[in-house]
Design a protein around this ligand. Structure first.
Ligand SMILES: C[C@@](CO)(OP(=O)(O)O)[C@H](O)COP(=O)(O)OP(=O)(O)OC[C@H]1O[C@@H](n2ccc(N)nc2=O)[C@H](O)[C@@H]1O
Ligand SMILES: Nc1ncnc2c1ncn2[C@@H]1O[C@H](COP(=O)(O)OP(=O)(O)O)[C@@H](O)[C@H]1O
Length: 276
């Protein structure tokens, strides 16, 4: 199949733990986290166009097309390389917005990787990661493409391979703006840093969880329900929460027991991005 005809995967990520260990002079928070990809996500199709425009066939509610992270990624790639080709982007959106699953960031990363191949702009992974960081702190991990312990604002990676696992991910019916959580006066910003090789499965907590639960009681309600099955965590700045299972049938049984009014999905943890 021609690369122009294919669907390009943009998987979700979860943060297996997320500690805020400090703050930079510019206000950005210094984090320690483990990013893991899930075999669940959006897909993107790129359609060539001859008029040199970057267009979006699938605008999202409340997001002006020129601010959509896919359009911004295509625009940034052209600016960095001098490419002049046009494209129409089609995004099949399955990931919730403001969900803490990195949906917009993953769409941006996949757009960068897909167009870098389709336009033959020849940038390497670190150049694409630098462009990605300009679009959002979560974009570089998707370009990096391997499960990793991350530091800085989430752009310095040490690869690791956690044991195989399945996740029940709950999607509360609220969108949590990342900025609202990071600017909260209640946020703890002083968790002691660990060494990159000190992480073990199950280690840590999510420092953003308490703030998100206080502002969005639906997040707390979903976490409480998940705690019947194990150590439940929120991903990123929320709203999505997850619990880990060693095997798929247990995860599916828990999903089947979800009460009316709660939504979720089951996904396997991946060690690599499908495009890596
Ligand atoms: C919290 C995390 C954890 O993986 O994920 P999400 O829940 O958003 O998926 C990320 O750090 C989010 O990354 P991303 O969603 O790309 O955030 P950005 O657009 O870069 O930042 C939104 C705003 O949050 C604040 N911000 C973001 C990242 C960071 N390390 N410190 C911050 O203080 C900044 O004020 C910034 O303006
Ligand atoms: N392609 C996109 N997909 C999702 N959100 C987008 C996209 N482009 C821009 N956005 C904006 O980015 C915000 C955060 O999106 P998203 O990455 O899905 O959240 P989170 O990182 O919390 O999971 C959305 O609320 C939306 O306003």
């Amino acid at each position: 199949m021609n690369d122009w005809d294919r669907d390009w995967p943009a998987p979700a990520k979860i943060n297996l733990f997320l500690h805020v260990v400090g703050r930079r002079a510019d206000g950005y928070h210094l984090l320690q986290t483990v990013f893991r990809f899930l075999d669940f996500g959006d897909t993107i199709r790129c359609e060539p166009r001859s008029d040199g425009r970057i267009a979006l066939a699938t605008p999202l509610p409340g997001v002006p097309p020129e601010t959509d992270l896919t359009v911004r990624a295509a625009t940034a790639l052209r600016a960095a390389t001098g490419a002049t080709a046009g494209v129409t982007l089609h995004v099949d959106k399955r990931l919730p917005m403001g969900g803490g699953l990195g949906g917009g960031s993953s769409d941006a990363a996949t757009t960068l990787m897909a167009l870098n191949r389709l336009w033959r702009t020849g940038l390497d992974s670190s150049a694409l990661q630098r462009i990605g960081l300009g679009l959002g702190a979560d974009v570089p991990i998707f370009v990096h493409g391997r499960t990793a312990f991350a530091e800085g604002i989430g752009e310095r990676f040490t690869d690791l391979v956690p044991p195989p696992a399945w996740y029940l991910v709950l999607v509360p019916a609220v969108a949590v703006p990342t900025l609202e959580i990071f600017r909260s006066a209640q946020l703890r910003r002083d968790t002691p840093a660990i060494a990159d090789d000190d992480w073990r499965p199950g280690f840590g907590h999510n420092d953003l969880e308490a703030v998100a639960c206080a502002l969005y009681p639906e997040v707390a309600r979903h976490l409480d329900w998940l705690r019947h099955y194990g150590e439940a965590r929120m991903s990123g700045s929320g709203a999505c929460c997850f619990v880990e299972f060693a095997r798929e049938p247990e995860a599916r049984a828990a999903l089947a027991a979800l009460p009316p009014g709660m939504k979720g999905f089951v996904a396997a943890g991946l060690d690599r991005h499908p495009l890596a």
